[in-house]
Design a protein around this ligand. Sequence first.
Ligand SMILES: Cc1cc2nc3c(=O)[nH]c(=O)nc-3n(C[C@H](O)[C@H](O)[C@H](O)COP(=O)(O)OP(=O)(O)OC[C@H]3O[C@@H](n4cnc5c(N)ncnc54)[C@H](O)[C@@H]3O)c2cc1C
Ligand code: SF4
Ligand code: SF4
Length: 1009
Amino acid sequence: MKPDDPSNLQPTTDTSVALAQRLRANTRGEVLFDAASRGRYATDASIYQVMPVGVFVPTDDADVRSAIQIARDLKVPVLPRGAGTSQCGQTVGACLVIDGSKHLRNVLALDIERRTARVQPGLVLDHLNAQLKGHGLWFPVDVSTSAQATLGGMAGNNSCGSRSIAYGNMVHNVIGAHLRLADDAALHAGPVGGLSGRAAEAAQFVRRLADAHRDEIEAQWPRAMRRVAGYNLDIFHPQSERPYTTNGSVNLAHLFVGAEGTLGFIEALDLRLQPLPRAKVLGVVNFTSFHRAMDSAQHIVKLKPTAVELVDRTMIELARANPAFKPTIESALIGAPEAILLVEFSGDDRDALRRTLHRLVELMGDLGLPNSVVEMPDEAPQKALWEVRKAGLNIMMSLKGDGKPVSFIEDCAVPLQHLAEYTAALTDVFSRHGTRGTWYAHASVGTLHVRPILDMRRDGAQKMRAIAEEASVLVRKFKGAYSGEHGDGLCRGEWIRWQFGAKLDDAFRAIKRHIDPENLFCPNRIVDPPKMDDAALFRFAPSYRTIELKPVFDWSAWNVQNDPTTESVSAPGSGGDTTAGLAKAVEMCNNNGHCRKFDAGTMCPSYRVTRDEQHLTRGRANTLRLALSGQLGPDALTGDAVHDALDLCVGCKGCKRDCPTGVDMARMKFEVQAQRRRRLGATPKDQLIGGLPDYARWASRVPWLFNLRNRSRALARLLERFTGLSAQRRLPAWRRDTFERSADALGAVSREALLAAHAAGAKAAVLWADTFNNHFEPEVARAALQVLRAAGYAVHVARGADGRVPCCGRTHLATGDVDAARAKAQALLDTLAPLAHLGIPIVGLEPSCLLTLRDEYLVLGLGDAARTVAAQALLFEEFIVREARAGRFAPPFHAAVQPVLVHGHCHQKAFGLMDGVLAALRLIPGAQVSLIDSSCCGMAGSFGYEAAHREVSMRMAEASLLPAVRAARDAIVVADGTSCRHQIADGAQIAACHAAQVLAAHLAEQAAH
Ligand SMILES: Cc1cc2nc3c(=O)[nH]c(=O)nc-3n(C[C@H](O)[C@H](O)[C@H](O)COP(=O)(O)OP(=O)(O)OC[C@H]3O[C@@H](n4cnc5c(N)ncnc54)[C@H](O)[C@@H]3O)c2cc1C
Ligand code: SF4
Ligand code: SF4
């Protein structure tokens, strides 16, 4: 293959069929060649989209070797990939993509004495650092994507973190690279003195090339430490202001750092580790002018901080507008600054650090800015503020409409003395092109992030080119580096020749030809790259179209356009979306990969157990986008590829809260299910689950009959065949003594008495017992009633026109029957809205049901009544904590004798309600209440009961919830979700209860009666 022959990138269909067959026959890895799988690997966090030939997920190094050889044989190029969070299109290409992130993720060796580690390329940085923490060590290249970025990807991109001024880039911290080359040879790169075989040959070749180009290197190479473009030919004549090695030696591994997968597949990396600093202090310098902030950075770095990070006014305001970030950002501000610099000092001697912090205060005074520093000597507030800073880009990306902040000059690096002039000039460039950018990040090393807002479907490409060209003039004027952090990829490849000149560009070509003579790895990257504005490579090219669709939910909030100069958005529904906003909601996913999270948190439970791109919020959003834009063929939205991608989504709403751009996959899944049901009709399982509230009244009259299935294995197996519900699961047992028939409920105050009590200013509330608590666990609703009564409330039990506890319709929503759901919702609103209208609180118990009133009801076209009820609908704990804080809730509780362990329902977490649950339980004197660090329990409504999901459901539960409850046998386990309680009972044989039951059990004797 010749490097510049584009036909290299277009293997024939026959070739890809042969490739898939041979991979399946000769490896143990996953071979993903269907359109949806390829589509999910066609994008990264850049603006580009290129369909790969196929995707291969190797289980081990042997798989990698076989795959490379098969691909070579068939002349299909190979593209190694980690988390796919690159911003310049490094991980997209018409190649065989080899995803090392699923299985190649072990620490192979750890030498604590010498502070080194050998790791596989798919290991995530945070996971490495978690393993190192106990040894007092860390790998200090702290990229913002530390929870997703793999070490292989970081090496590929020569990544750099916030603390690069102290620790350098990836290239300064890698001491060995072990590669598999196209011809199956192994290349072990390390210090040049000790090389042999292919590594020695390569070193000799590169040394000769470097010597021959010494003058060009000295004349053309940017001196900035943050220079990540091209190949590191300067290893033999170092130009970086921070040398690659501390002793002046040459390490061949540094040639492969920043090579962006173009030279070979990294099988392992040797890393130099650093001691974890024992202490950190932070000074937040407030500036009334952006220019002053930029100008001060050069003076501040003389104090030798470990980080100097910028947050500008726009980002400060965005953070202020976000309830989660508001208190943190405000704690760092003095007045209304135009910019702040976060200046961190770290080391082992806290007193010495405090003295340095004081010197920062003095320095700012000397610079004419007295009283401008907020001192943060303690770690907790520092950590919170760093989280706001790390969320910076993501906060910006939540802009709705087709104009998006685009990364293409995001990381030009200029010497600090020119930072103020450079940022001012680039801001002028933006305004000349009718846009603007928000500035943030690494002021310490002159790499400020900025993304102008461009609409790639319209005139974005032209503006991108014009702005890039003007930015390049500035970078040259200030002797900076055009690519200071994010690498080359598709976006900046063409600027390599501009930056280094023709001779060095040819030298890079020579390196590529020497190490990868067949041009197997990532052709047309770094060497002979395409134009950055080639529309054929765009995810949203001007030719991008969406299908015509009438969605069942109201997505109009996303159907808007924005003004790039003011960032104001047009009225809901005015965006011109052919799917009335659904497509634009899906397109909010910018592929940043934040959902590839493994900490307990909420997002994304299915990915956490499968580690498959398909079962990740990003993978789902990409599948939907491809379907909605017709790229997966006709009717794809209701087809199997979309169904499969959504199948393991448990609807936890974790993404609605945790995804930086607010992708709400749970609602999208409901939408797709409704569309699919419209086209294909309902399955028996859908009818059984969806219709549960309707047949509940009969089931509760003859519970022995409906519960037979739980007693007969044969019947359970038979029903599994017809309904898909697992025979290995006990279903919730039907009860004759439903809540609505109980003496407690029948004795509750009437509607008239409630209205009278409310009118008289007495304490009054409506208790709405959902279908599940009403029929399966009536003791939960009875307990809630008891507690509210004990606290002196006039409690009315909500009943519909038929005298029964009304259902919210959630089971219909979950099975795609939106009409039935809407009818149920309307009936419930008819009951509740007149009471809510008077300001009477509606108290519910089952998180998923009650929160449906505050979420899905608002997009079902139910009008004002839905908004009125949503405003008054509260979960039981929310209500009592609110009342307790207002001095209205103080029933006598006796002291707790057992610790209380709480598992949060996903929707409680997604709505940020867990603090309220803990606070409610802490109303019990002496209660030791703790929260389990758990994700979804795995049951998630009917999900875990289904035979097809049982295994994955149990894996979700075993990830953290079940081990935690098993380890705390003496504790009361609280889980407000009905299905969570069932999962705990099934998996750990422990009876969990609702918080209302715990509070009721602690009512003092006289209050309980
Ligand atoms: C919101 C956001 C914030 C970011 N912040 C930072 C930041 O602070 N600092 C920073 O430097 N970057 C940042 N990035 C860019 C990106 O996250 C980093 O470059 C990251 O290190 C890439 O890791 P990855 O696992 O996603 O690699 P990928 O994107 O999957 O791959 C990166 C490159 O490495 C190559 N590669 C991967 N595995 C191998 C292998 N086994 N052998 C050979 N080559 C391989 C790929 O071919 C590709 O060229 C950010 C990106 C986003 C979206
Ligand atoms: S779903 Fe959200 S978190 Fe995941 S990649 Fe897309 S934007 Fe990022
Ligand atoms: S709703 Fe939950 S399971 Fe579904 S994509 Fe979002 S985080 Fe993942």
